[in-house]
Every structure is written in structure tokens, then in C-alpha cells.
Design a protein around this ligand. Structure first.
Ligand code: ME8
Length: 645
């Protein structure tokens, strides 16, 4: 199969923000998913560089429109790799091939009689770069740009859009997948209930020169939308490129609801007038808002994707936007929600499952994916397998229908189940009983196979993480060439290959100050410093203490000291330890007692006696300031020298 999928070509009057990033990430995730399904995929994005608002933005900066467009177009192009977005083609409407194709199409449609010259007056929104109908205004303003449109009356060229209204209504009605989600299909059908007006497709050069000249009248340039939409054709070699027909038959566009009308009404009618079939599907998503308001340059409430990636890492950003927004509905951005998802879904659920599983395979199966012992399979195991297989099916259905957050919910349901599988099977207990070896190996195999499938289905969402997971599971080459058809089935993991534990997928972020993740070395050092400040020791530090049980074989007072006793201890070797317990214990009552000592303290000389360690005791000071001291010991008899852990 072939997939041709596009993002809008973004205006170069503003730097990329999270809204643009979302559309591009969604399109990238879908492209990767289709590749995983074995499709040949063509993913196109680019920049829209003509029109009034670009001209004005350039003027404000005091540079030529082309210079300005070059700069911002480059910023878009450079943003995509940071987000793991990998288009196959980046188109610019200032590309000479595009300009030529637009002129050829205009000439063709003009020759067919679908373009005519006439007088027009209307309300123009520069933000939208289109005429608005009175019905679209809210309190006299454009609802998207919160500014009143300008009344314009002039002579222009018009495209006979009205001629194709009935055809368009039929096409939408007969093809339920043409515009999705359904709410937008309904919105378009509702709009089409009123008679469709013809579309003004030119601007007089007296008012605007920054556009593609009309081939049949050089006193006019092409209206930016008529120019821009055609990018979807020029990018795949219209009219006679070798792959054009194949790609065009598979065309799918991804947009937000702000540009529904040009895509759902202008574009199919333009295609019809050109004698081309309409695109296959239009996927319409909602807005990223900040405090209920659409994120946009004109409002100035934007979140920069590059900064987010720097702070949180690319896959956290991709995961967050794909998980948080239900495709078609609006979503609100908050840094706190992002950190919460990162810590709970990524660090806790996925990260822990992954590192625990690999550590256990390392420890209990010498780092080799073990052969399962079929005889030890339980009904619960079979249910788990059925659940994972069901997830893959649901995932595919969700992805085919742009239900990215649903697909992720399905995956996380399995992650939760595998985490519970570890707890209920308690492999650390199985490992203590040699008779349970077969069961332990079955369990570890099920975990490895579950993780393989999770890696596979996560790949379109989090390519970097999936690559790390695949490498740790020893499946790098498999992942690169995997097709969901085959690799998406349970039981494809080959036992006997080596895994490498130790990869930390998502180090936790500090909730209080949203600290950016540091490279791992620095992170460790930072964590240690923070812990030291709070008086905490980490496990490594604790592990360095040599705590032992010792038996007192001799005890005597040290001259001139009321407090210090010299003890001879067996631990198991004999050693001298000086203890400050003289006010609480008589030497003779200590003989034969078991005490606890720190055996690896540096020797110190106290009142002329060298002490090799320290005796542990508990101390209580009462309200009157009296000190009570009790030696620490163990609750039963044990050989001197036994370790305390
Ligand atoms: O409209 N939330 O370009 P544009 C979600 N050049 N998505 C958002 C968003 C937000 N707050 N803000 C922007 C144009 N987007 C035309 C398109 S196509 C032939 C020509 C995304 O730079 C979303 O995809 O204004 C939206 O449709 C697009 O950016 C608009 O980009």
C-alpha cells in the first residue's frame, strides 16, 4: 500500500510553536505507523510564503519578503528534526516548480471557463487571508484573530466554486471518511446548506505584489489560498511525475479546524475543476489552548517546541501532546501536566517495567532471554497473552482512525498489567526455590515478549525511546525492519539472545521546579548533592558500612576516663574497640554479650588506646536531661562476625 500524508504548509509570518508542532508530530507518528504496516510512505510539509500577511511582516522587519521567508522557512525546517519529525519532502511556495504548476493550473481552469472577472466587495480578515461571511463574525470580529475584518471592494478574478456545490455535498455524504472526526464533516455539511459563493482568487498588484502573477493577467497576483493548496500536488510531481497518480490516490491531509473551510470546500472543488479526484481523507484536530485561548502568534501566548524539547527531551514532548489531546477536540497546555505525565506514565509505569524486567533477566537468567517452560504456563499467563494480542488489534484500529490517545491508553493498559504480573508472580521468591526455576524462566520470557511488542507499538510515538528499548532487548535490527503484520503477533521473540540491562529510559523530573533532565552523569551527582542536603544516604553509601555482630570477650576501664571502656571483641577475628559506655555498663556485665559494631571505621586513638571500630548503642535523653544508653544487639544467638544488612 501507499500512503501520502501532508501537514498544512505553515505561514512564514511566525516562528513555529506548539500548535504547529502538534500537527507535524501527529503526521510524523502516522507516517511511522504506516511504515510499520509495510506501506510506502510519502510525508510532506513545508511553508506558505506569499500573501498580504507575509508581505506586511517583512515590511515591519525592513527586509524583502523573500529574505524574510527564507529565514522563517529555515526555522521551520530546523525545528522538525528536534521533534523527531522526519518529512520526506519540504515544499516552499516560492519554489520555481510550484510557481510554474500554479500558473499552469490557473491557465487550465481559466481555459475551461471556471475563472471569470468581476467586481467584489466583502469583509476581509488578513489573519485568515480570506473573506469572511457576516455569519462567521463574533461581535463584529473574526473569532480566530479577534480583530474586525476590513471592508474591501475591487475588481478581481473569481473561481466558479458554486458550480461544484451539489457534487461536493454528494461526495461528503457518500464518503463518511472524507472529513473526520464527524463533527467537522457535519460542520461542513451545515455550511453547505446555504448557497456557496464563488471564490475570489486574485489580488490586484496595485494592492499586493507578493504573490504568483496570474498567467492571463499580469495586473493581478494569485490569492494565497489558491496558491497554497496546490502545494499538495506540486510536491508529488503533478502533472506528469512518475509517482503522481499513485501518491495522489492515497492523499490524506492533516489540519486544525482553523483551516477547515479552505480544505473541505475550496480544495475539493478546485480539484474537481482541474479534473482530478479529491483527496482521500481530511483529518481535522482542535486547538492547543493556553487558559482557554488558542495558542497563536497574534495573541502572543505561544509555547516554543524547541525549548520544551531542550527541557524535557523529545519523546516526553511527543508522548505528552499525543496522549493529552483527543484528536478533534481542544486541549490545554500546562507544564505541570507535562511533568506529571512524564513522572507517572513514562518514569513510573514504562520506565520501571522496563528496568525491572531487564534487571531480572540479567540476574536470574544470566542476561539471556530464557526458553519458557511450557508446562508451567498458567491460565493467567494465557489471559495476559490474549490481552496483549487484543491490545495490538485495538491499537491498529485506533491508529488507522487517528485515535492516538486511545492507542496510547491501550498500550498503557498492558504496561500496567505487566507491572502487576511481576508483583503477583514475585520472581524474587521463585528465584529462592530451585524447584520453581521453570516457572521463573516462563515468567521472564513472558516479560521479554511483552516488552518486545510494547517497543514495536511505541515506535511511531517515541522513536528514540523505542530504539533504546530495542537495543537493550537485543532487537535493534528487528525493529528497523519490523512489520506489524508479522512482528505484531505474540511469540516472535527468539529465546537465547542476550539483553543489556541498565538503560534508564526516563529519569524522574523534579516536580517542584520542573528541572530539566541533565545528562545522566550530572543527574546522579545532582541527586547525591540534594540527598546529602536532606541528610539522606543512598544505597551505595549505606552498603559501604561494614556492620557486624561481635561477642565481647574482655572489657576493662580505661584509666583516667569515666566514660571509656576498652573492649576486646570477637568479630570473628579479635579486635580492640573503645566504647563510651562506662557510665552505663560495668565491664564485667559485658562479657559474653553480643553487640553490633561498625567494623570498617578508620582506627582512632582514644586516651592512648587504638580503637578498631565502633559499638552501636541507642541513646535517650529524658526531660531532666538524664542520658539513658542501651547497647544494640540482635534478637537471637548468631555467630560472631555475622554481617548486619
Ligand atoms: O493556516 N493548536 O498556516 P498557519 C493546534 N498557511 N494547531 C495549531 C495551532 C493551535 N493553537 N496553531 C497553529 C496556515 N496550528 C496556512 C495553511 S495549507 C495549504 C496552508 C497548526 O501557519 C494547525 O495545523 O496559520 C493549523 O491548521 C496550522 O498550524 C495553521 O498554520
Amino acid at each position: 500500500m501507499t500512503t501520502y500524508i501532508t501537514t498544512p504548509i505553515y505561514y512564514v509570518n511566525a516562528m513555529p510553536h506548539l500548535g504547529h508542532a502538534y500537527t507535524s508530530i501527529v503526521t510524523d507518528a502516522y507516517s511511522r505507523y504506516r511504515r510499520l504496516c509495510g506501506d510506502e510512505v510519502r510525508f510532506q510539509t513545508g511553508t506558505d510564503e506569499h500573501g498580504e500577511k507575509i508581505f506586511q511582516a517583512a515590511e515591519q522587519e525592513g527586509v524583502s519578503p523573500k529574505e524574510y521567508a527564507d529565514r522563517i522557512s529555515a526555522a521551520f525546517r530546523q525545528t522538525w528534526p528536534l521533534l523527531g519529525v522526519r518529512p520526506d519532502h519540504f515544499i516552499r511556495t516560492t519554489d520555481p516548480e510550484h510557481i510554474k504548476t500554479v500558473q499552469d493550473i490557473l491557465q487550465q481552469v481559466h481555459d475551461r471557463g471556471d475563472i471569470y472577472f468581476s467586481e467584489y466587495s466583502g469583509l476581509y480578515c488578513r489573519g485568515c487571508e480570506r473573506f469572511l461571511t457576516a455569519k462567521e463574525l463574533v461581535d463584529g470580529n473574526c473569532p480566530d484573530h479577534q480583530q474586525p475584518p476590513t471592508a474591501i471592494a475591487e475588481q478581481n478574478y473569481f473561481f466558479r466554486m458554486s458550480k461544484y456545490q451539489d457534487w461536493l455535498i454528494d461526495h461528503i455524504r457518500n464518503n463518511p471518511e472524507f472529513i473526520t472526526p464527524e463533527r467537522y464533516r457535519n460542520e461542513v455539511l451545515a455550511f453547505l446548506k446555504a448557497p456557496l459563493e464563488d471564490l475570489c482568487i486574485s489580488r490586484p498588484t496595485s494592492r499586493l505584489t507578493w504573490g504568483i502573477p496570474l498567467p492571463f493577467d499580469d495586473k493581478f497576483v494569485t490569492y494565497v489560498w489558491f496558491d497554497a493548496l496546490i502545494n499538495y500536488l506540486t510536491g508529488i510531481g503533478y502533472p506528469d511525475g512518475p509517482d503522481f497518480d499513485r501518491y495522489w490516490a492515497a492523499a490524506e491531509h492533516v489540519i486544525a479546524k482553523d483551516i477547515l473551510k479552505p480544505h473541505a470546500i475550496y480544495w475539493p472543488t478546485m480539484l474537481r475543476a482541474m479534473g482530478l479526484p479529491p483527496y482521500r481523507r481530511l483529518h481535522v484536530h482542535g486547538y492547543w489552548n493556553v487558559d482557554e485561548t488558542k495558542m497563536s502568534k497574534s495573541i502572543g501566548n505561544v509555547v516554543r517546541p524547541g525549548e520544551l524539547v531542550e527541557q524535557y527531551g523529545v519523546d516526553t514532548v511527543r508522548y505528552f501532546v499525543l496522549r493529552e489531546m483527543s484528536f478533534g477536540l481542544d486541549a490545554s497546555f500546562s507544564g505541570r501536566a507535562l511533568v506529571a505525565r512524564r513522572n507517572s506514565d513514562l518514569a513510573n509505569d514504562l520506565g520501571n517495567l522496563f528496568s525491572r524486567s531487564l534487571t531480572m533477566i540479567d540476574k536470574y537468567a544470566d542476561g539471556i532471554v530464557p526458553e519458557p517452560d511450557a508446562g508451567t504456563m498458567t491460565d493467567a499467563d494465557r489471559e495476559l497473552i490474549a490481552n496483549v494480542e487484543r491490545m495490538v488489534g485495538e491499537y491498529r484500529q485506533a491508529m488507522d482512525g487517528f485515535g492516538f490517545n486511545r492507542a496510547l491508553q491501550e498500550i498503557w493498559q498492558v504496561i500496567g498489567r505487566l507491572n502487576r504480573f511481576i508483583v503477583t508472580n514475585a520472581p524474587w521468591e521463585l528465584a529462592r526455590d530451585p524447584a520453581q526455576k521453570g516457572r521463573l524462566m516462563t515468567m521472564l520470557f513472558l516479560l521479554a515478549e511483552g516488552l518486545r511488542l510494547i517497543t514495536l507499538v511505541l515506535q511511531p510515538f517515541m522513536p528514540e525511546t523505542a530504539a533504546k528499548m530495542a537495543a537493550a532487548l537485543g532487537l535493534e535490527t528487528e525493529l528497523e525492519t519490523a512489520s506489524l503484520e508479522k512482528a505484531g503477533r505474540w511469540g516472535q521473540m527468539v529465546p537465547g539472545h542476550r539483553i543489556s540491562p541498565g538503560a534508564q529510559l526516563f529519569p524522574r523530573l523534579d516536580k517542584k521546579n520542573n528541572q530539566p533532565p541533565q545528562p545522566q552523569q550530572k543527574q546522579k551527582k545532582k541527586e547525591k548533592e540534594a540527598a546529602a542536603e536532606e541528610g539522606l544516604v543512598d544505597f551505595d553509601q549505606f552498603g559501604k558500612l561494614d556492620l557486624r555482630v561481635a561477642e565481647v570477650v574482655a572489657a576493662e576501664k580505661i584509666k583516667k576516663s569515666a566514660k571509656l571502656l576498652k573492649l576486646t571483641l570477637k568479630a570473628p577475628e579479635e579486635r580492640t574497640v573503645v566504647a563510651g559506655i562506662g557510665k552505663h555498663y560495668q565491664p564485667e556485665e559485658l562479657i559474653g554479650r553480643q553487640v553490633l559494631i561498625v567494623a570498617n571505621l578508620k582506627p582512632v586513638k582514644l586516651m592512648g588506646v587504638t580503637s578498631h571500630g565502633m559499638v552501636l548503642a541507642a541513646k535517650e535523653i529524658d526531660a531532666d536531661g538524664n542520658e539513658q544508653l542501651v547497647l544494640s544487639t540482635v534478637a537471637g544467638a548468631i555467630a560472631p562476625g555475622s554481617k548486619v544488612a
